[in-house]
Design a binder for this molecule. Sequence first.
Ligand code: DLZ
Length: 518
Amino acid sequence: SGTLILLLGDQLSHSISSLQDYPENAVIALCEVSGEGRYVPHHPQKIALILAAMRHFAKELRDKGYRVHYSALDDADNCQDLIAEAERLARQYDCGEIRLVQPGEWRLLARIHQRQKTASAPQWQLLEDDRFFCTAREFADWIEKRKTPRLEHFYRRMRRKTGLLMEDDAPAGSQWNFDHDNRQPVRDNLGTLTPPAHGRDDITNRVLELVNEHFGDHFGTLDGFNWPVTRRQALVDLRHFIDNALADFGTYQDAIDDRDPYLFHSRLSSAMNIGLLSPREVCEAAEAAYYRGEAPINAVEGFIRQILGWREYVRGIYWHHMPAYKRENRLNARRNLPDFYWSGDTDLRCLRRAIEMTRDNAYAHHIQRLMVTGNFALLCGVKPEALCDWYLAVYVDAFEWVELPNTLGMVLHADGGLMGSKPYCASGKYIQRMSNHCGDCRFNPKKTIGDTACPFNSLYWHFLERNAERLESNPRMKLIYGSLRRMSDEKRAAIREQAEGFLDSLETEPAYGQGEHL
Ligand code: DLZ
């Protein structure tokens, strides 16, 4: 009997291994199912991206002559669950085997492993996802030999392996890392860029209607949808980034602007994560701009490190430590996610803008995710599962392999330091320095106590005090704990009271699905 090749919504690459050397007469299946839209309440733009990209990809396959089955979301016989739908199609096409590239989320992999043990099920055959620079095996070999694994070491190894930005055995620019040059705050008239506006064809328009109908109750708006849904559109975005933004990417990568959601960020993560662009071609395009003299080394190195270093490291950590990783909570955080993460209804200007941008674009850039919504949740002690589900739901580029280590590990420091040797906690002064939010905020980042004091300040000290046992001995935290210890008892008590008053005022009911939404 035949083979069903199942392509998932984030496996839309023509070069993917499941489309190479496949048996004659195989049926290629793409399945829209509501189950994948709801396991967390995904942002409508994220669902629209995936479904529109799947429909365009299926059309490209058909045009190339492949035999394709496409299950549409509103087909009457759709099982609305990926595994059940694939098995239904296997029966329909008389296929004894279902073949697919290993899914990027443990949740689905674990269910497939279950089916592999079920005698009556079709044979589920998994292929390696070779769209990354580093395999899970290679990462395991690397990490198992290290006492304190660090991104920087892994990254240098990947530079040597790929030859990216290498000149013989030496790094281009004679340094591995130029982060030192990449910490400029936002400034007036930075010259904002407008991303290319992608046309919406009939396929995309139909998907936008469908998503509005089925998932319109989820957090987030669809109006401004402008994510690339085909490889051709993704290449337009890549070219736009390389020609217009890359040169300034490094210098302003940590800046936050009250109005501009993108600054000089590439906006390419969703296209890469669903397979429309390969990480290699993106890195090579940036490298070529450096050698053409169009972008400085600090920008190009910083950009390539995100993809060749960080993205691969994060994925390695995920597969090496799942499923236990998801249950980690080393700082013992217990608080529910504040209600306003789903509404934006807060007086803290930085949080409000990050959440509003997330609502409007299904996107916030790295520093907003890490230092605004992330830092705030860390300081408040929000429990990892609540914050991780939020990040997985609201960002267009979020798949668990990349979202979980970034949120649970890097943002919440809940993994014991695998993703970062110290927590990325910061007070209101950091946000004041890097952004232009504070001028429009009713809170004052220079004050710690009183009605107008920026809540980030007292929360920062409260966080440090609360977690002293675990963090105080960390050499990178020594200086700041010194400051805490030198405060008078009265001052510490006043800060504690201020922070606890604020924490009590937070809405802590799990609000999603009941409260008011934007
Ligand atoms: C995210 C997503 C959504 C919203 N919908 C679908 C879908 O209808 N069909 C599909 O094949 N994939 C979808 N995806 C992507 C999957 O969730 C993703 O492939 C898994 O989480 C594994 O990474």
